[in-house]
Design a protein. Sequence first.
Length: 74
Amino acid sequence: MLEEQVKARLQDVRPNLQADGGDVEFVSLSDDGVVSVKLTGACGCCPRAEMTLKTGIEAYLKREIPQVNSVVRV
């Protein structure tokens, strides 16, 4: 159930990333609320990818799904 919520919320942010030539893919969700994602396309090699991950994707997921503690890039 929680994994499906995370995947659905990631769909919300994908259009913004895709507009700049990037994307995000769900990889896994740990029992302690850590979401692992893969940044692809332009996001995969962007020098600001970590900022996008933390201030964009992670902040949004934590706001929408309180059980999410962090988002990490794999």
